[in-house]
Write a protein that binds this ligand. Structure first.
Ligand code: ATP
Length: 513
């Protein structure tokens, strides 16, 4: 595929996502094109020219995403004996969102450029300017700018935010002017009507986070699961936000998936658990194969109304370090609010003894939350796996592109090829395929030259290619090719299952946590 074609795909896709940031570098363009070309991600309803900031996962993408979700789920619920999972509905009683503060406060500050008529998030414009200072080596100036903005937002001083944009001479990347409107708050929740009559009382919201489904089920789970504090509830599910600007491909979508865990603890122990989960979550991203230098913590300047400490885990995307996960100490804000609005007690009776030898008694638990976007995690894994290499020498020299995915995350675990389409080789290969498919997601492929078949698997990150040749028919051995090193070795058919199984097992990741 020529580079021109890649660019065209990128332009088509980026128009759908209304890219307003400075044009991302070539690597990101290539990752986006690769995602589409090899069935990872498609623009939603593409035949109708797509829908802004909404994407569909294709045949390889869904496998990769499911593996990431599965891994997260098992990390939480299987490795921690005090964490259980739930699957709450997307629709919730509207009072939930009053209680949580989303109806009144889930806003982003927006600003329009009067010349281009383009809309921006005012805080993102300022953060981008701060990142520019940092990139030029003046981190202190960048930090001061972000702090100043945080103070203004904290004080709801929208005029101040506007003036800061003007002061910083921030211009619209489309019109090139600084002809800005005032800054206004914009609520990010999507609403719809339940039932057939359109009345205000019938208005419900598509959940903007999965966390509230956990809070309203706190007592159900605690009682029926006989859970003792500290314990956690995990959930994976869709969330919806009417993002003002959708950009950077699947990084900022209007419909996305979250993997959230709320950990219920004793009041006063929140900093201990906050530190614990910060470390655990950072280790998890590293265990997926993301290099340490591509990950960092970023403390929140402006704390959300419910939090007393908050940090992001950021990954260095081709367009810079950006949040993939948030870890928040949410105090007892949510449960207290739901007690108030529902008039039901959401407390725990703790009969363990405190230092004075008395039971801790009844209290509303505190909460430390870990919240990671499945789509952002997917994008980080994909960007990290995308590898371009020059291989061979002299005449043989060529460019090689492959996805260096952790085998446990790879969409397909092994591909089985008969060397030729005759002499019983396809039947033999099919037999191996039929055995392996009972344990692994494998594919059988007999079309095209063997080199082409290898390349196709490299492009989707398949860790092993198994070839059945004439020797197989004599001694029951096959060649197995490793994706990253391209090395081939001969192994008995009877060993295939163990070789693949060991490499693709989640165990290799769990052991690093
Ligand atoms: P941002 O500051 O980038 O808008 P946020 O701080 O509002 O993100 P949280 O509310 O902490 O995000 O949500 C937790 C996680 O959910 C984020 O770390 C991110 O991975 C994911 N997420 C949030 N919004 C989106 C979105 N619009 N598209 C994709 N993933 C998202």
């Amino acid at each position: 595929m020529g580079f021109e074609f890649l660019t065209v795909i990128f332009e088509v896709m980026s128009e759908k996502v209304n890219v307003t940031a400075p044009v991302e570098n070539n690597t990101f363009k290539k990752v986006i094109s690769h995602a589409k070309e090899y069935g990872f991600v498609f623009p939603s309803s593409e035949i109708y020219d797509g829908l802004q900031a909404v994407y569909d996962y294709g045949q390889t993408g869904v496998e990769l995403k499911n593996n990431i979700k599965n891994l997260w789920w098992k990390t939480m619920t299987q490795l921690n004996d005090n964490i259980v999972g739930i699957d709450a509905s997307i629709f919730m009683h509207p009072a939930t969102w009053k209680a949580s503060g989303h109806v009144d406060g889930f806003n982003d500050p927006m600003i329009d450029n009067k010349d281009s008529k383009k809309r921006y998030r005012a805080d993102v414009l300022i953060e981008d300017r701060a990142a520019e200072y940092e990139a030029k080596g003046d981190k202190k100036k960048g930090d001061e700018l972000v702090k100043k903005m945080a103070r203004l937002l904290e004080a709801s001083d929208l005029k101040g935010v506007h003036d800061l944009i003007v002061e910083e001479k921030i211009i619209c990347p489309v019109s090139g002017t600084s002809n800005w409107t005032e800054v206004r708050q914009f609520n990010l929740m999507f609403s719809t009507q339940v039932g057939s009559v359109a009345e205000e009382s019938n208005t419900i919201y598509l959940r903007p986070e999965t966390a509230q489904g956990i809070f309203v089920n706190f007592l159900n789970v605690q009682k029926t699961g006989r859970m003792k504090i500290p314990f956690g509830i995990a959930q994976i599910g869709k969330a919806f936000r009417n993002e003002i600007v959708a950009r950077q491909f699947t990084f900022r979508m209007r419909e996305f998936e979250q993997m959230e865990m709320q950990f219920f603890i004793r009041p006063g122990e929140e900093m201990k658990w906050y530190k614990h989960w910060k470390e655990m979550r950072m280790k998890w991203h590293q265990a997926l194969g993301i290099p340490v230098k591509k990950l960092r913590f970023h403390d929140h300047e402006k704390l959300a109304h419910y939090a007393n400490a908050a940090v992001d885990i950021e990954y260095e995307f081709p367009f810079g370090f950006k949040e993939i996960e948030g870890i928040h100490s949410r105090t007892n804000f949510d449960l207290t609010q739901h007690e108030k609005f529902s008039k039901k007690k959401l407390q725990f009776f703790d009969n363990d003894l405190n230092e004075n030898g008395k039971p801790f008694g009844n209290y509303v638990p505190y909460v430390v939350e870990t919240s990671v976007g499945a789509d952002r995690c997917f994008l980080a894994v994909l960007c990290n796996a995308f590898t371009e290499e020059t291989v061979g020498e002299g005449e043989e020299k060529k460019e090689r592109v492959y996805l260096k995915l952790h085998p446990a995350l790879a969409p397909v675990k092994a591909a089985i090829f008969p060397l030729v389409k005759k002499d019983g080789l396809p039947e033999k290969a099919k037999k191996i395929f039929d055995d392996l498919k009972l344990d692994f997601n494998v594919i059988f492929e007999e079309r095209d030259a063997i080199g082409k078949r290898y390349t196709r698997q490299d492009l989707i990150g398949t860790p092993f290619c198994i070839v059945v040749d004439y020797q197989t028919m004599e001694d029951e051995t096959v060649t197995i090719r490793q994706r990253d090193s391209m090395e081939q070795s001969r192994v008995p058919i009877t060993e295939l299952s163990a070789i693949i199984g060991e490499s693709v097992s989640f165990k290799t990741i769990f052991e690093k946590l």
